[in-house]
Design a protein. Sequence first.
Length: 611
Amino acid sequence: MVVSLRRRSLSRLVFLACCAVFARLVLYPAFVPATTRSSNDYQIEEQNFIERATRADKSLNVQKYRFLQSRLGRDERDDMMSDVVRNGINDYWERFQMPYMVSRESSSMDAQHVLNSIDQLLSLNGWVAALCPTLTRPFGQNRREDNYDDLVKDGQLYYIAIVIHSADHFLVDQLAVIVQLAKRLGPNNIFVSMLDYESTDSTETLTDLCEGVLILLGVPFRIRRVPAMTEDPAAAYYPLEEAHMRNLALEPLRELQSKRDIDFHRVIWLKGFTCPTDILETIRVSYANEAAMVCGMDWAEHNGFFIFSDRWRTRDIEGDQFRQSKSSSKSDAVPPRDANGAARYAQHLPFQAFCCEAGTHVVDPAQSYYKGIQYRAGTGYQNLSRAESLPVRDADAPCLDSSQAYFCRDLWVRTARDAVAAMDLEHDVAGEGKMRAKRAVAYEPQEGIIEVAASDPLMLVAREEPAKPAKADDDVDRRQAGGVAPDPDANAGSDYDAMPEEDTDEIAPLPVDDDDRMSIPNSVFTPARILVNPRCPTTYAGVSHTQLARDLFGDGDEEETRVGKYVLDDWEGAPESFICQEQRTTGGRKAPKTQRRMGFSIHEELQRLVV
Ligand SMILES: *[C@@H]1O[C@H](CO)[C@@H](O)[C@H](O)[C@H]1NC(C)=O
């Protein structure tokens, strides 16, 4: 079974590689090797005067705009087999292609070849993705015919972002997912941004493959390889790297907007492996709720069970960490700890969260990136390789957690701020300028962050919890169970960087002293719409997908028309405090973490922005 699967996989790879070479030779006979192209070819061209005046073509037409398919930072160094490969290609070209491409008649044959290849490619299922139609889903999604027309009926555009950090074992399946999405959404309605962050495995070769396939399918893309921020992994600060990688992966998004006026409707971050229809459904959930972010749920195999596995970045709507639940867990031990979330989870319905990432997630750029929110990380960490002493940090110093956690807090604050500004504007328009002065929260458009005095009585006092050593062995086990050779820094699931479960239950909520609290409660502010869609599982190599689907969704025979299936009626405000799990030192992804519960006041965050 394994052998035949491998052989089939291999023959698929060979087939894909042939397609890729073929595509380059036939579709772009004049394809110029990347090194000889001028660097301008990679830049997204600004609209010229006429284009702007005539409101011209905003489509992602790769035939018309060559710069929509670009490759940056390809490793051009020759390796052992380069000569052999080059000779083979030339030989093939000169003996089998050139002689037949002399007349019009033969060119139609070649076009037919290309069309056939494209047809074959569009049925590309990948290894895990091929299983997807057979997996159970609670509302019979997989049995129903649904072509997701609603997702493109108004010409919506989708931006697919992938960061690859030595995680080649996902890439072919992720490519299969992209091909499936291209098939449903249309190749000209998506843009694919792949960022290879100094991978040391076969990612380089596989991105060549992706490039070939995307060229053949006419999908716009930018595939880019970048060096690591710091050469020595031990001197790296992971949250900073995370932010750096994601911002780079988003560069074309910003360029396409600023230079060509092209707005995307949703950004899809592919992580691990997620079934294409689950992603499409998650996009639908995102629209139905006008959500800023909708995440899937991340499940990893662990000692024969599947456990929820993004506990570093995910917080429920009360600010607590998700449980490291098994996929088969009963309703009192499901991942979200808050009652509402747990109840909706049990019904397989989307539920609200304070923060999430958990594998594949869908972000509305209009509520985030287009407003200028970028990924960022804390700055008060200690650089161990500089032998500097641990900076003295106040008890209420900002939490040095993941860049996603920063992103979520930025979403909450920004949403609140914009709602306040909109309200102020309404009051002004209605001639009620005085109302504005009375409002506790003033809004000024300029941003300037100032330090809040440590003695500020409004600040909740954070409590420290001792760190326990991370269980590094578990991750190695998990990856070995998946049949993947252990890579010291491979991207083996979102939980790779989490603290073990036992450390988290002991932290009680901060006591809230009502007398001292003069701050406006978070519940007053317009909430950021962050949701988790439990019907969108993300998994990793080695997971038995059929069993996981059964654990999560039973036989999948539930009624199909459930009221409020997608839409959340009540949105809660942000929690007054959250579990902060921070990396205070450099040391790469696995640097030790400490944990504390920390206050979160939107009012105070807004005041910082105003002054
Ligand atoms: C830590 O210090 C080293 C040596 O000065 C430097 O190379 C590295 O970039 C620093 N790391 C971070 C994350 O600032």
